[in-house]
Design a protein around this ligand. Structure first.
Ligand SMILES: Nc1ncnc2c1ncn2[C@@H]1O[C@H](COP(=O)(O)OP(=O)(O)OP(=O)(O)O)[C@@H](O)[C@H]1O
Length: 347
């Protein structure tokens, strides 16, 4: 599993609803996959060229923060190739044998989506190198001096690896992907389109101005946009006779503690801890995460990329540091000790 999306508290009744709806909202083809034009165009070319050559395309690595569409793209790849899709994830493959079992069950041209590929065990990773390159693995049978390696042929397949941490992938693994797509946070305008598309699929009436309110608070992330749309729909049903306008959307998101810039409770806790408890830092990731009661991985992969992008937080060799904007956003006065620091650096 990728780290928990920071606004899970918005879904206090569990993710059942979300998972069912998520599937229905996924764009089925590259044409409908908006908001990452470069990745979509490059990937489209890789797939079209392979089809032209009547060959299995190169392996594909997709990287980027959670909720930006990596799983969706893997499904689209299988769909565009007309190939079956097999899904697994790094943490589920702890032994090389687990991987061998999956690989040996693949059919020719099948798309194998491996989520969180950076969390696979080392022996499985090494087996994957050979499978990606030679479509073959060596399975060790027996133990001790009597152990033997039996080569196992695997039909040509397409590996689609997904990671939130491309930097953690060992070079030899990264190099075996013929195409790497780096997904980035979505522009507000693209998210407005995604909210409107989802609203129409879910039969929710949302005008462009209301969709903008939702999109603007979605941290550049389609999964969050879809989730906030559903919370706005709920709020409107109960409190506004089902009618959504920009004020209703804003009131709903206030209720769910999503602020005007899209920061949620985890983001604000991290900023508050950094600015107030640690006087702006520098503070180590582990200490910061512990002080907000979260896993370091969640803070690092879910909250931080957005806070850094928004200019609230900096990573320095000595630890995390708040920027002037962080205090301002929290409505706090920048401490005198910091004000000097920011007078020319952080405007
Ligand atoms: N370009 C897009 N257009 C419309 N909806 C999208 C797009 N990308 C993602 N979504 C929606 O966002 C949701 C999350 O996408 P997806 O599960 O593919 O993200 P992910 O990057 O795989 O996340 P994780 O890393 O957490 O597994 C999907 O249900 C899908 O409906």
């Amino acid at each position: 599993m990728t780290p928990r999306i920071a606004d899970d508290p918005l879904d206090p009744h569990g993710r059942t609803d979300e998972i069912a709806v998520d599937g229905a909202l996924r764009p089925p083809s590259l044409d409908e996959f908006k908001g990452q034009p470069r990745v979509a165009e490059q990937l489209g070319l890789v797939l079209a060229a392979a089809q032209h050559r009547n060959a299995v395309p190169d392996h594909v690595l997709l990287s980027g923060p959670p909720g930006l569409g990596k799983t969706t793209l893997a499904m689209i790849i299988a769909h565009e190739l007309g190939a079956p899709l097999r899904i697994s994830s790094g943490p589920a493959i702890q032994h090389a044998g687990d991987l061998a079992a999956i690989l040996s069950g693949l059919t020719e041209g099948e798309v194998f989506f491996l989520d969180e590929i950076h969390r696979m065990s080392r022996p499985a990773e090494e087996m994957l190198y050979m499978a990606m390159e030679d479509f073959r693995v060596d399975v060790i049978v027996g133990k001790g001096p009597g152990a033997t390696e039996i080569p196992l042929e695997i039909p040509p397949f397409v590996l689609v690896g997904a990671t939130t941490r491309a930097g953690l992938l060992p070079g030899p693994l990264r190099d075996r992907f013929g195409f790497t797509g780096q997904l980035d946070y979505y522009d507000a305008a693209d998210l407005v389109g995604i909210v409107q598309r989802s609203a129409s699929l879910l039969d929710i009436a949302v005008d462009r101005a209301s969709a903008s309110v939702i999109a603007g608070r979605s941290r550049g992330t389609p999964r969050i946009a879809n989730r906030l749309l559903r919370r706005v729909r709920d709020f409107a049903l109960v409190k506004a006779s089902g009618r959504i306008d920009p004020d209703v959307a804003a009131a709903a998101l206030e209720l769910y503690e999503v602020d005007a810039l899209g920061l949620d409770r985890l983001d604000r806790s991290v900023l508050e801890a950094l600015c107030v408890r640690f006087a702006g830092g520098p503070v180590g990731l582990g200490t910061l995460a512990m002080s907000v009661g979260e896993e370091a991985e969640t803070v690092e992969e879910v909250a931080e990329p957005f806070l850094i992008r928004q200019g609230f937080l900096m990573r320095t060799p000595r630890g995390r540091v708040a920027t002037q904007r962080a205090w301002q956003h929290l409505g706090l006065k920048v401490p005198a000790s910091r004000a000097d620091l920011f007078s020319d650096a952080d405007g």
